[in-house]
Design a protein around this ligand. Structure first.
Ligand SMILES: Cc1ncc(C[n+]2csc(CCOP(=O)(O)OP(=O)(O)O)c2C)c(N)n1
Ligand code: SF4
Length: 533
């Protein structure tokens, strides 16, 4: 994992020796800040090995192979590490089922080599309840963010806690919606700015932050409720103990445990990782005090079991095996329509986040509207906050558009190689691919298509901003397909781009894209079957 809980290394020690090494705090914490109850000992362990609970290899998409999907300094990586170590030390890996949420940690199942179930937003405690009740011998973990648990999943967590389900809930509170770009969460603090409270949270309008650990501790059933913080090494070691305790309670089938972890989100907070940790200490802990709110787990594991009789779902519902229905005849492939000027053009524009692929689609539909077309724009982007892929579907039509979804585009604008491989095969026969690159990558072969490599990033770079690569592609697209007029593109750019220097680069980029296609045609490029070369 990119995130290490403690990073003091002694050079001459092997990794295994370092697993149990005592280190001292660099500086004493601010006495004014409530950092929670003191642990029995000031000593804590520095851990530098990878827990066996994690997979040997974190399988990622090809373009993201060498990084986790968490931002540098994100608390999720630390929480993962604490859970993995505890599972390993307690020997629970083989009997653990991790229920993962919607949010930045949606991909926890890429890392944990345990049973994994990924559920809809907020529903983890409900799913965990079902899993635990049907598999009472398992250790069931519900892992959730604050948007997930305290907003959309409020009902699920409240009732699971109140019923005292024998699950362990790890609640990662970063005071914001991380994955979706920083909207206000129920845990956002008074005065804290977010994209949906740009003035800062105001109690009069948005209410006060929810204190989930205190709320849960109000119920009779929970066995263990603690709030910890990932603000500094000392508090991370307390968090480590809390995670371990929650899992021990699970192991002993002794009741519901809930650990809230105050966690840094450097990306959304707009801070570097060090400042983000400090912000947890200085700003979050005073509002969300660290405390053990409940610890009354029974001494013995002799807790009354109310597990239902174990029967398969088919048995319970008396479902008999059905004879498979005869499969429907395969549909003949629809004849591609490439009459760009006369009818409908369906485009897919794809690349990495930050390459302006969604913006390119928006520019096209704005142009389409100005030229009296029916238009649609359907964006799609991955959950990653960095290096994620993004694409959009665009329809430009003279008729009403049935669906904005473009499964088989007439034109693919591929801003990177990944997009070319991912969507290239979906382009209709006789269609066009505009590829951002000097040459078509070896291994991509589509004789039925016109594949045009355009070094758009390089051209844009030479004009003064790599970011204008999407506008180079726009120029090439308009010149190649004539689907819309380039003077419309200019008028849209002039209205939308407020900075004069950027507008100048965009003008040049548009012209450069058109010129590239022109010159290519003059040096003898093969004509399009429909004559629009
Ligand atoms: C039913 C539903 N509503 C909304 C969304 C959009 N959505 C995805 S993640 C997310 C916020 C997650 O924030 P949080 O739980 O705080 O986790 P973080 O990303 O900060 O770890 C939202 C609103 C969704 N996927 N499903
Ligand atoms: S956006 Fe925040 S919570 Fe999400 S991965 Fe980045 S730092 Fe972590």
């Amino acid at each position: 994992m990119a995130n290490e809980s403690v990073t003091n290394l002694a050079d001459d020690k092997s990794k295994s020796e370092l697993r149990v090494e005592e280190v001292k705090m660099d500086s004493a914490p601010d006495p004014k800040v409530n950092t929670g109850p003191e642990p029995n000992s000031e000593a804590y362990e520095a851990i530098h090995s990878r827990s066996a609970v994690f997979y040997d290899l974190y399988e990622r998409k090809a373009e993201l192979k060498h990084q986790t999907h968490y931002c540098p300094g994100c608390g999720h990586g630390v929480v993962h590490k604490l859970i993995a170590e505890a599972l390993e030390d307690l020997g629970l890996q083989d009997k653990t089922i991790l229920v993962t949420p919607v949010g930045c940690s949606v991909f926890a199942y890429y890392y944990f080599d345990v049973g994994n179930v990924q559920v809809a937003h907020g529903r983890a405690p409900a799913a965990a309840t079902g899993i635990k009740r049907s598999c009472p011998g398992k250790v069931v973990i519900s892992y959730q963010g604050d948007g997930d648990l305290a907003a959309i999943g409020t009902a699920e967590i409240v009732h699971a806690a109140n019923r005292g389900e024998k699950i362990a809930v790890f609640f990662v509170n970063n005071a914001i919606y991380g994955m979706t770009g920083g909207q206000m969460a129920p845990t956002t603090m008074v005065g804290q700015k977010s994209t949906t409270s740009p003035w800062g949270r105001r109690p009069s309008n948005e209410g006060f932050p929810l204190h989930m650990a205190e709320l849960i501790a109000n119920f009779d059933a929970p066995a263990y409720v603690e709030r910890v913080a990932l603000s500094d090494n000392k508090n991370i070691m307390k968090a480590r103990r809390a995670v371990r305790k929650a899992l021990e309670i699970q192991r002993d089938n002794a009741g519901f445990s809930f650990v809230e972890l105050l966690s840094p989100c450097p990306t959304i907070w707009g801070k570097d990782p060090v400042d983000a940790r400090r912000w947890v200490l200085d700003k979050m802990i005073p509002i969300f005090p660290l405390n053990v709110f409940r610890d009354r787990r029974p001494e013995s594991a002799a807790v009354a079991e109310n597990a239902p009789p174990q029967r398969s779902i088919a048995e319970v519902l008396e479902i008999k095996p059905r004879v498979a229905a005869p499969s429907a005849k395969a549909q003949a492939a629809a004849k591609p329509t490439n009459g760009h000027r006369s009818k409908e053009v369906k485009l897919k524009i794809s690349g990495f986040g930050g390459q302006g692929v969604l913006l390119l689609g928006q520019l096209l539909i704005e142009m389409g509207v100005r030229e009296g077309r029916e238009v649609s724009w359907l964006p799609s982007y991955g959950p990653e906050m960095r290096s994620g892929s993004a694409h959009c579907d665009v329809c430009l039509s003279h008729e009403r558009i049935g669906s904005p979804l473009v499964s088989h585009p007439d034109v693919l604008v591929a801003m990177n190689e990944f997009s070319l491989h991912k969507f290239g095969r979906d382009v209709v026969g006789g269609g066009i691919i505009l590829y951002n690159g000097a040459t078509v990558p070896a291994g991509f072969y589509a004789p039925e298509l016109e594949v045009i490599p355009i070094p758009a990033s390089e051209i844009a770079d030479n004009l003064g901003s790599t970011k204008a690569a999407n506008i180079v592609m726009l120029g090439a697209l308009l010149e190649e397909t004539e689907c819309l007029a380039s003077r419309t593109a200019l008028s849209v750019l002039e209205e939308k781009v407020k900075k004069l220097d950027l507008l100048e680069i965009d003008r040049k980029a548009l012209a450069a894209g058109r010129q590239f296609i022109d010159e290519r045609a003059h040096v003898g490029a093969v004509s399009q079957p429909d004559g629009f070369a």
